[in-house]
Design a protein around this ligand. Sequence first.
Ligand code: C2E
Ligand code: MG
Ligand code: MG
Ligand code: MG
Length: 285
Amino acid sequence: IAKQTGKNRYHLFDVHEDQSIQTQRETIEHIKQGLLQRQFVLYFQPQVNMKTGEVIGAEALIRWQHPERGLVYPADFLPVIDNHPISLEIGDWVIETALEQMTKWQHEDLDISVSVNIDAFQLQQPGFVEKLATALTLHPLVKPSRLQLEILETSALGEIAEALSTMNACIELGVNFALDDFGTGFSSLTYLKRLPVGLLKIDQSFVRDMLDDADDQAIVRGVISLANAFNRRVTAEGVESIEHGTQLLALGCELAQGYGIARPMPAEDIPSWVKQWRPDIAWKS
Ligand code: C2E
Ligand code: MG
Ligand code: MG
Ligand code: MG
């Protein structure tokens, strides 16, 4: 599904191109080459507490630095490899790279949490927990509790039920889980009660429109009270303006991530961003 969202964005497919098996095969071949040639990078988007001003962490977001096409966004290649074994290689690479980056930051005295997006397919693989345990062992400077795994609420509904024991085993390693894009998946309350997730991330579509759309605001409000009732933390995605931040704070949501705070950036820009972040200007009123 092609959409021109920005001049730097390349879309692997557009309506004029046919999304055939052939194209998928080519894409997979390109991705394999890309992995070998180290064309993938993680960008990081800061997550802050709007009330205290604290920087609490950053979300790792994959980008494909394509030699001819420039920076390719995940929406343009992850769906093509959904449930394909290559997505597992990407998934492993993301976890290892995030841990490597956290180790580098530890050396620079920057101790922040990092959230990594995990898909259900990855979580369901036999050996996922062992692999994660090994990766953590190889990065002893990283406290496991500083690593958070984000899974989509939509995938959590079906497949994650079977992955419950895997999730619990990961939690025993010390890592945390968050439910991403929360509000888009209609989780039942009983279900949510059973899922060992410490954090709900309110989907950005509701946050974006909450200022003008009463229904979206009601959903935001609902997710916040749900999180409170279940003793889970809650964070808002897609916080694009001070107005969003102010209203979220008024509704009781303190944690936030969004362009209004910072855009995703290369890892090397994070330490200086953290240093220059002045919450007193933007968020305290
Ligand atoms: P997500 O995990 O919900 O990540 C948030 C997405 O929203 C990111 O897009 C981020 O750049 C964007 N965003 C953040 N703040 C704002 C804002 O204020 N306004 C708007 N309009 N957008 C904002 P990105 O990086 O293109 O990633 C899209 C999705 O791709 C992610 O959504 C996640 O589901 C998936 N993804 C990204 N990296 C990975 C990865 O390493 N592994 C897996 N499995 N999925 C990933
Ligand atoms: Mg996410
Ligand atoms: Mg999200
Ligand atoms: Mg999303």
